[in-house]
Structure formats: structure tokens, C-alpha cells
Design a protein. Sequence first.
Length: 583
Amino acid sequence: MFDIFDVLALIGGLCLFLFGMNVMGDGLERRAGNSLKALLGKLTNSKIKGFLTGMGVTAVIQSSSATTVMVVGFVNSKLMTLKQAIGVIMGANIGTTMTAWILSLGGISSDNIFMKLLKPTSFTPILALIGIALTMFSKSSKKKDTGTILLGFATLMFGMDAMSNAVGGLADIPEFQNLFLAFTNPVLGVIVGTVVTAIIQSSSASVGILQALSATGAVSYGAAIPIIMGQNIGTCVTAMLSSVGANKNARRASFIHLSFNVIGTTVWLVVFSAISALIKPAILGESASYLGIAVCHSLFNILCTILLLPASSLLEKLAYKFIPDAEDDKEEKVELDDRLLATPAIALAQSVELANKMATRAVDGFRLSITSFDEYSSENAERIRALEKKVDRYEDVLGTFLAKLSQHKMSDEDGEKITMLLKAIGDFERISDHSVNVLESIEELREKKIELSESAKHELSVLRTAVDEILVLTKQAFIENNLAVAYDVEPLEQVVDGLKRALRNSHVVRIKDGECTVEAGFIWSDLLTDFERVSDHCSNLAIGVIDASAHNMNAHSSLRHIRHDSEDFKEKVEKYHAKYSIH
């Protein structure tokens, strides 16, 4: 007889099951972070490759909802095109069926000792023991993540077993049997599957609950199949919610996810209803098993993909028809989608992409200010100021996003990368500020009609060229993570420091000799300071690249090593001294 204690056991089992699935999914995401980056890095416009990527990522993180939310975030952040997203979304629907196959192991029933060992309740205590040991005693973040995955899986399976045991008494209740007889109405079954999945926002979890209920023997295949179809529609709710406030392409990705599942469910529901009414297969009246539900879940998703993958371009056109472009959508926006925080490895990869854009804007702005000495124009001046504002915006967005990201669990290597990026964006922002400072000095020279002497122009030209080179090297080292180039920056920075001192002294001599005015000397001093400070920021950035590669965030230690313990450094300093001699 089913009583209040069975209800409490069912609720407890359900909570353990959902909690275990969530913990395992989080652990899998962290543990597979670099793999996710590698998979997504291989994305092309090929529908098949996108499909396989979506299937692979979802099989790893055990959640099509999580994958689709990631896709919405990627499209919103322009990390992925809408065309690429379609294949990934379709692949995610098949990848998520892996969970049902794992859960189907709980339905194994045999007296054979080897078969008993395959039953999760036999081996999950061992996995839980290993998991708790790794979580509590290991210092490695990767081992801790592995422990979290094992604990999550063990909790999930214990919850599944508790649910199955709790619902055993339901088999004798006529009302429960009549309830599932009502679900043999395909439309009602789809509605129930949709609603339940929408509430718990996980098709994997709702399939698991259906498998647990099948232990009563009251769930027939005729009732289970429509419910499974509805679960695919219900899982779209998560992606739909994640697209609120996103750009139009992200909303289109969410729309494609919904239309794919709705169209697939509608077509196959009609086929299923026709078969049920005309042929009336005997299997539809049989009690569904754990394994049978897993098979139906996989088969349905495979059939939907076979039906709609060739028509993916039509889904794209449909999305554009329902969510058309507007004129203001073409403006470039600097933003990072908080949806990416659910997958820290991907969020970090997107932060790096945005930081690279920031680096390009900052360096381009300063190099443009350098050329303004010879080719000043109001258009260039406006562009320099616009780039500086853009870089400020990059710093605000990246700083806020990286601060949020740093609060999530991730590998030590990713944590170091965040630290490096937080330092780097400050340096690039200051480089951008100095580009405006240099521009203002040039404008002051022009407005006051101050002419520098020929020797001053020559010396400044040497310094400008040296700073231009250090900017190019720094940008290359940062964006390409190029250590060899990063090691070239500090020797050149030393030469720029020496040039600043030499140019300041020589200008004092010119003022004494009456070749230059005191007023010109103030502007000269400001220019030298700006160039030297930019060189310092380039040094900081290059040292950051070197430190990150060595997993050492002590910049002072790196500087001491580079300057004092390296013959190569001294040789490079001499080379740059010869290249940028003012005599």
C-alpha cells in the first residue's frame, strides 16, 4: 500500500536524483573545460560537424538544456554563427539520450554475479567512496572535479533507486493505473511530458523520473512514447528563458531549438497516432522497462534529426522570418553574455577573444596617434578618441565579467589566466589613454604653432619608431600567446627608458642653446612621459604572458630573472641600442 512515508521517500529520492544530476553536470563541465574549447574550436559551417559537436558536448555534460543555453550565449556573443548553432542544437538532442542509457543500468535484474555488478547500486558505493576521498584529500582541482563527478553520479543513482523503491506501492492503486491509461491519449501524453520537463528544466531528469515510474509496471509503451515526445518540447523552456534580453541571432537560435522539437514531435506524433489506430502493435500495451524507455528516447531523437537536419536551412529562414533584422542591429556592441558563466572554460575563451579585440583597439589607437605627428587630420583625431572610448567600454565589460567568472570553480590554469587578463585590461586601457594624451600634445603644438628643431624631430622619430615596434611586439605576444616575442619586449623597453633619459637631457641642452623654447619643453616632457609609460605597460603585458606560461604570477621574480640571469637579454638590449641610436 502506498502511504505518506512512501511519498516522503519519493520526494527524497527525487531531490537526491536532481541534486546528483546537477552536481555531476557541473563537475563534468569543469573537468571537460578544455575539451569543450577544443570541440567548439573545430566548428565549421558543416552541418555534420556541428551536429557531432553538439552530440559530443551534450554527452559529456549530460544536459541538452545546458548545451543549448551555451549555444544561445555563443550566438549572442558572436562566438558562433546561427548556421553553426543549428547543427549543434540538433546534436544536443541525441547527446542527451546518453543519460537514459546510464540510468537504464538500474533496471538490471539477474542472479548472475557479473550482471549484479553492472547494477549501479552495486558499484556506486565504491564510486562514492573514491569521490569523497578525492574531494576531501586531493589538492589538485582536476582530481577534486573528478571526485565531484563520482559523488554526483552516486547521489543520482541512489536517488533513482530510492524513487523506484518508493513508487513500488503505486502498482496496486487503481487510480495510478488509470492515470497512465489516460496518458495513452497521445496528445495528453505530450502535454504532460512538456509540462513536467518545463518545470524541472531537464529532459534527462524527466526521462529518469519516467524510468523510475516504470518500475511499477503501470507505464506502458503506449503511454511512455508520447510523454518522451513532450519532454523534448519542455526542455526548450530553458533556452527560451536564456534568450530573453539577448540579441536577435541568439533569439533565433532559441526559436530554432523550439521549432525543431515542435515540428519533430508533431510529425512523429501523427505517425505514432496513425500506427496506434491502424496497426495497434501489441508492444504498445506492454509495460515499459528502463532499457525500453532509453531506446524509445534515443530512437525518437534520431528520427527527428533524420527528418530535420537536411532542412536546417529552412529552419534558419523560418527564424529570420519570425525574428527579422532591424537597422540598429548592425552597430557593433561590446558585451559578454552572463549565460556563458554556466560554462567557465567557454566564458574564459570568450573573455580572451574580447581582450584580444581590446588589445587591437588600444594598440591601433596609439599607433594612429604616432602617425598624427606627420599626418594629422580631424578624422584621425576623432577616430583616436572613439577608439579610446571603445577601449574604456571593453575594460568595464571585461572587468565586470571576469570578476563574476572568478567566483566560479575552475582549474588552476584558468584561474591564473583570469588574473593575467584582469591585469592586462588595465594596461591596455592606460595605453589607450596615452594615445589621447599624445594626440592632445600634437594638437597643442599645432594650435600654438610651435615648431620643434630638426634634431628634436629626428630624436622623436627614433623614439616613436621604437615605441611603435614595442607595441607591435606586445600585441603579437598577447594575442598569439607567443613567448619568444614576449621575451623581446623587455629588452626594447630598457632601450626606450634609455632613450627617454637621453632625449630629455638633449632637449635641456637645446633650450640652453636657444634652439627650442621653454613652452615647447613642457610639451616635449609630456610626450616623453607618455611614450615611456606606454613602454612600461607593454613590459607589464609581456611579463604577464611569460608568467602565465610558467604558472608564476610574481612579475618581480620574472623581471629579475629576465634582466639579470639571461645573457640573451643583454644581447637583445645591445641589438636594440644599435637599432635605435639617436646619433
